[in-house]
Design a binder for this molecule. Structure first.
Ligand code: DPP
Ligand code: ZN
Length: 876
């Protein structure tokens, strides 16, 4: 496909005011009659044809204002329907098409999941239901009539409010008519038909309107939908309180389906979810699952305002709704749980997923300038870095300034298809500031590097910070401009208390934030009587890679005393990362290594600090991942050496901290029935982190503890955690535990996914054969995205030593899986292929094998645009 460029944007030539759909569901021949109320766009080109997008549609009939169109009056191809020389006035076009939902393995458009009819239209799936101007700046009011066999689909849902339903007389069929009064782009269209159970509740909005809430699940699973419903109600209340956003229809429905490409979809009034992010019970879901459900339910609900009421002008503006909505869901979860622990988790995710993207061949700006396949831009950069950019706005403008900008955005752009410029203008106007340079965060890709050094002048009683920023070239961007970086800092005195931040001109650093705008800057603080330790980028105020001249002793000091919990955590991680880099070199060269005394000291005091939240301590105990270490090393990476270094470090920590870990394990024993709340989850996290480190060396005592933990567990969090410990650290106990787990949960696909994912992570040469074998297991299916992601996706993205096997067999396996999947589901295939994104940092042998595998994919004729785009960018 031809590249699409932001600079080529033109308004649509024709607008659609109304869409009346009549959808007669049938497993292989669903008939769709679309009546479109069209009119020429005064801002479009005069006299133009009507061009509608289509994909895999069988066209049956076209009428214009009720008259059948002559064959010479239109051209229908596989990708478009063009009405030639239409009258240049308002008109009604009626199009009849046939689609085959059962043959739809791409899971875009109308498809079936376990017999349920459902739709997915973002980004460009509506064109697989009917011919339409499939672009987000065409907003219409939809009325949807759905008809189906009563037996097959007793539940019929679409966007908006239900206006009519009944039987089709003299037949076994019935129908429902839904009307959505809010104009929306077609990517937010949805319908569902199936045999589903419903959990019902209601919500009364701030102004007293009653909303019927429904969560629909596969029959028999209603008992697992309660947490999702509870999260929905909390989200609705929070959005009123935090942003003044009230719900705007009489009905809000969520449907959980088993086959879904994404996590969930924010269709107006009818969210469709991957069931993984709806279904939860203590026996089947972990604490992490509960937290994900809460966050994703909130995310999709929050789209009602940031995405739906205000949508995107074009797909280049995807971050306008996604980055902003991720920021909003992060804030919601922070308010519902522990704010520091949530921040730590979010930054860990950013660093593990977005930083490598930004450092490799798939790097792109938060707002891309060009794409060949938009589905490949639902990325960590658009989502997670996009959220960081919004967070920086808040840091720069303060709580009130940020809220004023958001209020203006809702006010000014309600009903619009907006742009990033529109969004930024609201913050600039509401605060009287210039955000021109800040806007570079949307345009320049790559992670800025910030180097900071400090100098205390005892005689002058002052402290100087020298800061320099650089941004390396990224694909398509060789020259970079300096960024605006809000750097939150503190100066920690010898007693652990923060010193006042008075700059040499007598002003205070506002809210502790230094504004970095130039390649090099210095800041001098006065009245600094004792040598302080600077705490830099507090709360991870900017998504940058920071290096400093802090000594290990100073980092240990921060790990003990920093008033900023994020930096307290980060100081420990920095010590661990530096040690792991050194240990990796030692492992490759056979050099001796001194023990990790500083880290033991820092973690020891964290473990013993009873004022700390257990969830925080658990995060501190979790050393950087193999991927983190690979990224830090950055070149000539040997995954085996990293694995060995990390394994040895974990064993050492387990031994050195054993008394404190055993005490933590005992102290956090469960005190009652399982509850998913943050405090209880935090206690379990610390107990399990202790169990893990104590077993890391494979000692009989550590393994016995894990076996007991596994056998006595009364909830999935503990059971699965103990199973992971056994799988990684106890080869002898592993198989029996895996078999017992499978027997117990074999009928529950979401739990079986955990079992598949765990086996895919084992860092041993036998894993590739195991994973290959599991692809033929009865529990596995290439057509279900969750199964594929659990087994093959986890192998490629987490298992660094086996995916990057020295003999290249791991690369070959994943390349074959991509090719196998591509014919069936290009989106899932492309996502899997993106696991190669850091291939260039590998040592020469592995780099060559990754390149061979990528070239083999590239050479396959007939690749989807999705896979073709990823593979060509990866090799560029
Ligand atoms: N459903 C995806 C999300 O909410 C895309 N909109 O992020
Ligand atoms: Zn979203």
């Amino acid at each position: 496909p031809q590249p699409v460029r932001l600079s080529d944007y033109r308004p649509p030539d024709w607008l659609v005011d109304t869409v009346d759909l009549d959808v007669r569901l049938h497993p292989t021949a669903t008939r769709v009659i679309a009546r479109l109320g069209l009119r020429p766009n005064p801002e479009g080109r005069e006299g133009s044809a009507i061009t509608l997008d289509g994909d895999e549609l069988a066209l049956k009939a076209v009428t214009l204002d009720g008259e059948p169109l002559a064959g010479s009056a239109y051209v229908a191809t596989s990708s478009a329907l063009t009405i030639l020389a239409p009258p240049q006035r308002a008109l009604v076009l009626e199009i009849e098409t046939l689609v085959d939902p059962s043959a739809n393995t791409k899971l875009m458009g109308l498809y079936r999941s376990s017999g349920t009819y459902c739709t997915q239209c973002e980004a460009e799936g509506f064109r697989r239901i009917t011919y339409f101007p499939d672009r987000p700046d065409v907003l219409a009011v939809y009325t949807t009539r759905i008809e189906a066999e009563r037996e097959e689909a007793p539940v019929l849902l679409a966007n908006g409010n239900l206006v009519e339903s009944g039987d089709v007389e003299g037949t076994s069929r019935h129908y429902a008519v839904w009307h959505d009064p809010w104009p929306k782009p077609c990517y937010l269209f949805a319908l569902v038909g199936g045999r589903l159970d419903r959990v019902s509740d209601e919500f009364v909005t701030a102004t007293g309107r009653k909303v019927d809430l429904g969560v629909y699940v596969e029959p028999g699973k209603a008992g697992r939908a309660g947490y999702a419903m509870d999260a929905l109600k909390r989200s609705m209340r929070w959005d009123e309180e935090a942003f003044g956003c009230e719900y705007d229809l009489d009905v809000f429905n969520i449907v959980a389906v088993a086959d879904f490409n994404m996590g969930a979809m924010e269709n107006k009034g009818l969210n469709v979810f991957n069931d993984k992010y709806v279904l939860a019970s203590p026996e089947t879901a972990t604490d992490a699952d509960y937290a994900n459900i809460e966050g994703i339910i909130a995310h999709e609900y929050f789209h009602n305002w940031t995405g739906n009421r205000i949508t995107c002008r074009d797909w280049f503006q995807l971050c306008l709704k996604e980055g902003l909505t991720v920021f909003r869901d992060q804030e919601f979860s922070a308010d519902q749980r522990s704010r520091p622990v949530k921040r730590i988790a979010d930054v860990r995710l950013l660093k593990s997923h977005q930083f490598p993207e930004d450092a490799g061949p798939l790097a792109h700006p938060v707002r891309p300038q060009v794409y060949r396949e938009i589905n490949n831009f639902y990325t960590a950069t658009v989502y997670e870095k996009g959220a960081e950019v919004v967070r920086m706005l808040k840091t720069l403008l303060g709580e009130e300034g940020f809220r004023a900008g958001m209020d203006l955005y809702f006010d000014r752009h309600d009903g619009d298809a907006a742009t990033v410029e529109d969004f930024l203008a609201c913050f600039a106007d509401a605060n009287g500031v210039d955000l021109t340079q800040f806007a570079l965060w949307y345009a320049q890709s790559g992670t800025p590097k910030l180097a900071v050094s400090g100098q205390w002048d005892e005689a002058a009683r002052s402290f100087r910070l020298d800061v320099s920023q650089t941004l390396a070239p990224t694909p398509g961007q060789s020259d970079k401009q300096p960024m605006v970086i809000p750097l939150a800092v503190g100066l920690v005195g010898p007693d652990g208390e923060d010193l006042p931040l008075v700059l040499d001109d007598g002003t205070n650093a506002e809210r502790g934030v230094l504004l970095i705008t130039q390649p090099k800057q210095s800041f001098v603080f006065r009245d600094v009587a004792e040598r302080p330790v600077p705490s830099l980028n507090r709360g991870f105020s900017a998504p940058v890679k920071l290096t400093s001249d802090l000594s290990t002793a100073e980092l240990v000091f921060l790990a003990r005393h920093d008033a900023d919990p994020f930096n307290r955590f980060d100081a420990g991680q920095t010590i661990a990362l530096a040690y792991l880099v050194e240990a990796t070199t030692a492992a490759r060269t056979g050099r001796a290594l001194s023990p990790p005394e500083a880290l033991v000291e820092a973690l020891g005091s964290t473990l013993e600090d009873s004022a700390l939240d257990p969830a925080f301590i658990a995060q501190a105990l979790s050393v950087p991942s193999e991927g983190d270490v690979a990224r830090e090393i950055g070149t000539d990476v040997d995954p085996d050496a990293i694995h060995d270094a990390r394994k040895a470090l974990r064993q050492t920590l387990g031994e050195a901290l054993a008394p404190a870990l055993k005490a933590a394990y005992a102290r956090h024993a469960p005190s009652g029935a399982y509850s998913p709340d943050a405090d209880s989850a935090g206690r379990r996290a610390l107990r399990n982190a202790s169990l893990d480190l104590l077993a890391a060396g494979g000692s009989p005592e550590g393994i016995a503890r894990a076996v007991g933990h596994f056998e006595r567990a009364d909830n999935m969090t503990d059971r699965f955690f103990a199973l992971s410990v056994l799988a990684h650290s106890a080869p002898d106990a592993r198989e029996a535990a895996l078999a017992a787990f499978y027997e117990r949960f074999r009928d529950d696909p979401l739990v079986v996914d955990k079992w598949l994912a765990l086996q895919a992570q084992i860092a041993e040469p036998g894993t590739l054969a195991r994973v290959g074998g599991l692809t033929t297991h009865a529990a596995f299916s290439w057509s279900n995205p969750n199964r594929v992601r659990a087994l093959v996706g986890t192998f490629a993205s987490i298992n660094q030593t086996q995916f990057h096997r020295a003999d290249g067999a791991g690369h070959d396996f994943v390349a074959d899986a991509v090719l196998e999947l591509d014919a069936r589901n290009p989106q899932v295939a492309a996502r899997l292929l993106a696991a190669f994104k850091s291939w260039r940092v590998l040592e020469p042998g592995r780099r060559a094998s990754a390149e061979r595998a990528l070239r083999r994919v590239a050479d396959r004729p007939g690749l989807s645009p999705d896979v073709s785009d990823i593979v060509s960018r990866s090799l560029e």
